[in-house]
Ligand binder design. Structure first.
Ligand SMILES: CCC(=O)SCCNC(=O)CCNC(=O)[C@H](O)C(C)(C)COP(=O)(O)OP(=O)(O)OC[C@H]1O[C@@H](n2cnc3c(N)ncnc32)[C@H](O)[C@@H]1OP(=O)(O)O
Length: 523
């Protein structure tokens, strides 16, 4: 693969012969990166060279490098260990940085930091996505005075990332370590792609952990890709190799506008797959079904792009297209923990809702939710704090949002799934949907527990059945439509057409929410 080595304006031809030759030699040396032993070690781990990653990611010939000559006089520090510049992906401009782990393990020297700050500043000013190809030991400890504490020290990278957040998409693909302070670059991105077996993220290395706490661990066990994509939720996509990671970056960008002032890119409409949605949802609430099949059956065929597929799976999130237009899906999945909302799933949904709202992606809520989890463990862990964040994100989201009650929406789960009080552009129910403060069994128990206990044993079952039937009649979906709780009741086969028409109608709606700088994060 040819690594890009061009400079913004190639002036070599204008230089005297010696100088031109010297420049060409210099560029060639820099483009080769660090010592061969580090290239070899990387190849042994299935890792590509930073410049190969760039070449694979962007449109052929589109990369223009800045700061290639950083530290050119210093031996052993080509480009100061980071490649930065601009390019296009599918014809759309992006800015990017790529750590070169063959140079001091991709650690950040003073010029590295300055190059990273500058490229983020350019992305923000030009209103184009910023892509971080990370493989770094974090701060170059031997140079700390120059790179760490100052106004344009490493902290400034994070300052610029936070400033750009929600203004331009920021995507991180992680190919190796992202140590200590370096771990915050991924953390401030919208999504993080991690290569299984090689990518890791941690605040203190295994050696440091052992020194501080006595714990014996490994980078993989503590902060490996599987840990972050399945347990901590810091990673969003777990991929098997580097080309797959770069493909995810390209795929992700295809759903997003270049910046918050633009609309997501439309595509040619594609029909939904030939799936009978009605057959996917079991009649019994107690029977689980995989909501991802429902989502795929509803959207344009092949368009569903799931995010965080391996973490907090009771909520399914991702982008997709309806008649060619992008939507962000938030759906309850009863295959996992019965679809009950937990701390992690509330966080996962809240952040995705914010992401969609920031980048003008209309939201589609597909509800089959029994409510939030209850009990000592979740209360101690702060379920109220996390649940409130999801509900707050739903309230603040001003993009077009549709609430579809596929099977049930109980308790505060209704609110978290953009129920009628949360200003959805429509609340749509399927004929079998149930909306209630809680399910029938729980409600009968809540109201009649003492009465049931006082009844003779033989009468209890009939009493419960009768009260259950009364309750079910009370929350019948047609009754709720009669009370204007839902805007319409549609057959599953009509749902896609209904949504396409309603999103088209809501596309130009006003989006003011509150007169203030920003709210205060709920407890
Ligand atoms: C903002 C605050 C911060 O970021 S503090 C940063 C703290 N960073 C760390 O503790 C990470 C220390 N480094 C490591 O754990 C390992 O080098 C990791 C990243 C796992 C890579 O391991 P490996 O691929 O085996 O490379 P290696 O250790 O042989 O190092 C290769 C060359 O790079 C150097 N290096 C490494 N890390 C740093 C660093 N943080 N600062 C300065 N130099 C670093 C090594 O000394 C080695 O250098 P050389 O090529 O032998 O001259």
């Amino acid at each position: 693969m040819e690594a890009p080595v061009s400079m913004p304006e190639d002036r070599a031809a204008e230089l005297p012969e010696d100088a031109a030759a010297e420049l060409a030699r210099l560029r060639k040396r820099i483009a080769a990166g660090g010592a061969e032993k580090y290239h070899e070690a990387n190849r042994g781990r299935g890792k590509l060279f930073a410049r190969e990653r760039v070449a694979l990611l962007v449109d052929a010939g589109s990369f223009v490098e800045d700061g290639m000559l950083a530290n050119a006089q210093a031996d052993g520090l080509p480009a100061d260990g980071v490649v930065t510049g601009r390019a296009t992906i599918d014809g759309r401009p992006v800015r990017l940085m790529a750590n070169d782990s063959t140079v001091k393990a991709g650690s950040w020297g003073a010029r590295t930091v300055e190059k990273i700050i500058r490229v983020i500043e350019r992305a923000y000013a030009e209103r184009v996505p910023m892509i971080y190809l990370v493989d770094s030991a974090g701060a170059r400890i031997t140079d700390q005075v120059q790179l760490f504490p100052g106004r344009r020290g490493a902290g400034r990278i994070f300052h610029e990332q936070v400033r750009a957040s929600g203004s331009i998409p920021q995507i991180c693909a992680l190919f190796g370590p992202s140590a200590a302070g370096g771990a915050y670059i991924p953390a401030f991105c919208d999504v993080v792609v991690m290569v299984e077996g090689n990518a890791s993220m941690y605040l203190g290395s295994d050696r440091m952990v052992e020194m501080v706490t006595g714990e014996k661990t490994t980078l993989e066990a503590m902060g490996g890709a599987a840990v972050h994509c399945k347990e901590s939720g810091v990673g969003h996509f777990l991929v098997k190799d580097e080309p797959a990671a770069l493909q995810v970056v390209r795929g992700y960008l295809s759903y997003l506008p270049s910046n918050w002032r633009q609309q997501p890119p439309s595509a040619e409409p594609v029909a939904a797959p030939d799936v009978d949605l009605a057959k996917l949802v079991p009649a019994s609430e107690r029977q689980a079904f995989d909501m991802r099949r429902y989502v795929k059956g509803l959207l344009d065929a092949g368009s569903f792009f799931e995010i965080q597929a391996l973490w907090a799976r009771e909520v399914t999130i991702g982008f997709g297209r309806l008649n060619g237009e992008v939507v962000g899906v938030v759906a309850n999945n009863s295959m996992f923990k019965g679809g009950v909302l937990f701390i992690d799933s509330a966080d996962k949904a809240a952040r995705f809702i914010e992401l969609c709202d920031a980048f003008n992606v209309p939201l589609l809520f597909l509800s089959d939710v029994p409510g939030f989890m209850v009990g000592t463990a979740v209360e101690k862990a702060g379920i109220i704090r996390h649940g409130a964040k999801m509900i707050s994100a739903v309230a603040r989201a001003t993009v077009p949002k549709m609430c579809v009650v596929v099977r049930k929406a109980y308790g505060a789960g209704l609110y978290a799934m953009a129920g009628p009080g949360f200003d959805p552009d429509a609340t749509i129910a399927l004929p079998t949907a149930k909306i209630a403060v809680m399910g029938a069994d729980a409600a009968v128990n809540a109201v009649y527990a003492k009465k049931i206990a006082a009844l003779p044993e033989a009468e209890r079952a009939d009493f419960v059945t009768a009260k259950r039937a009364e309750y079910e009649a009370d929350i019948d979906v047609l009754r709720l439509a009669g009370e204007l709780v839902v805007d319409t009741v549609v057959e599953p086969a009509e749902l896609r057409g209904e949504l396409i028409a309603r999103y088209a109608a809501a596309a130009g709606k006003g989006r003011d929410f509150a007169d203030r700088r920003h709210g205060v994060t709920p407890v």
